[in-house]
Design a protein around this ligand. Structure first.
Ligand SMILES: [Zn+2]
Length: 385
């Protein structure tokens, strides 16, 4: 395994090449303000580590032609795992977060969390075998989890939607012969959007994950904002309806009780003769020009808009990214949702904040999970506040 921690310049050069993919040694020296011999010796080490390679020369600007160094995206890999109340998904990605192996399994038939982790470790073994990749090329495994996560204590603290508390991931370390990392699913997705998704510049963003629950990940100035108890961003459990529907968290009127994917489908099946199993069927039914269905979806969008307005008023971010399966169907609601958010509002107007749908769609959490070991191995600054 390579070590960038002992050698700061080696880490900085690797990070720069990771971001820019291909640079001449002269440009590396200039960008990082280090000498050419320092670049040459560190690049030689990185070549030995098989992380970069020389690939020809650029045009000369006088003197010798500068050698180009290229980052090798398939030199290492990482596992990302997304666990949600319905299923677990395991992916193997290269360093550019391209998915090489993808497997998922339903988890409701399995009894406890230990059984889920055992199945995941089997998926990992199958992935390595299928892709013919040796374990020493794996940087680690990151988990995206549906609850509050204390990554320092290695704890999944509260996950009401899967009915578990205080799961200590240290107990599962021997299942995986590689470094392990954990993060809340909306936080992982927010990190992914920031690194490879729709919002590439380091600014302020809130990622809203609409799945079987609703989670949010908050990014302030490029850093994940988690707060004192690592519970910041539980907007899914802000009350928007006093004495409203009872939530699994114990409170009533929580936002996710009205706007989660589960709530959308369940509510529709209650008012309609036509029963739907998923969003694809729901939006198909909605296209049938039925007034009752249209009214139902309009009420749903009102609830979605109320929560987004509250987030906007609380954090005033540059971007709000709407994620989860529903982001695939933006053509059915985006224009209307924006109207609802900005209507009769004296605090802000449409130009003040951008509402976007996730570019990574259903992959954002799992990609964010795979990003955790990569970020750690490359000593990219810790980005949690
Ligand atoms: Zn709640």
């Amino acid at each position: 395994m390579f070590n960038v921690e002992k050698n700061r310049n080696k880490g900085r050069i690797l990070n720069l090449l990771y971001k820019k993919k291909k640079l001449t040694k002269q440009i590396i020296a200039k960008e990082l303000d280090v000498s050419i011999p320092t670049v040459i010796s560190n690049v030689n080490e990185l070549i030995k580590d098989e992380l970069v390679e020389e690939c020809g020369v650029a045009d000369s600007t006088g003197g010798r032609k500068p050698v180009i160094v290229r980052f090798l995206k398939n030199s290492r890999y990482a596992f990302g795992v997304d666990i949600n109340p319905e299923k677990a998904r395991v992916v193997l990605t290269n360093l550019d977060l391209e998915i090489k192996y993808d497997e998922e399994f339903l988890i409701d038939s399995l009894k406890d969390f230990k059984a889920i982790m055992e199945e995941i470790s089997e998926c990992v073994k199958r992935a390595l075998k299928a892709e013919n990749i040796k374990e020493d090329k794996i940087l680690g495994i990151g988990f995206s989890l549906p609850g509050t996560v204390n990554e320092e204590k290695f704890l999944l603290e509260i996950a009401p939607n899967i009915g578990i508390r205080n799961v200590n991931f240290k107990e599962f370390q021997n299942y995986f012969n590689m470094p392990m990392f954990i993060e809340n699913e909306a936080n992982a997705a927010a990190l992914a959007e920031l690194s490879v998704g729709i919002v590439k510049d380091d600014r302020n963003l809130v990622y809203i994950s609409v799945t079987s629950g609703v989670g949010t990940g908050i990014v302030v100035n490029g850093c994940l904002y988690k707060g004192k108890n690592k519970r910041a961003g539980e907007f899914g459990h802000m009350s928007i309806m006093p004495n409203g529907k009872r939530c699994k968290c114990g409170k009533t009127g929580c936002w996710e009780m009205y706007v989660s994917e589960k709530a959308l489908l369940k509510g529709f099946n209650e008012i309609s003769d036509k029963k739907v199993k998923n969003l694809s069927e729901f939006f198909k039914a909605l296209s049938s020009d039925n007034e009752k269905y249209k009214q139902y979806f309009d009420d749903y969008l009102n609830m979605l808009a109320v929560g987004i307005q509250n987030i906007e008023l609380t954090l005033d971010p540059h971007y709000i990214v709407l994620g989860g399966e529903i982001s695939k169907y933006e053509k059915y609601y985006m224009k209307e949702l924006k109207e609802k958010i900005f209507i009769e509002n004296s605090f802000y107007s449409k130009g003040d904040m951008k509402l976007l749908t996730s570019k990574l769609k259903k992959d954002s959490s799992v990609i964010g999970a795979a990003l955790l070991p990569i970020t750690s191995a490359f000593s990219i600054e810790e980005k949690i506040i």
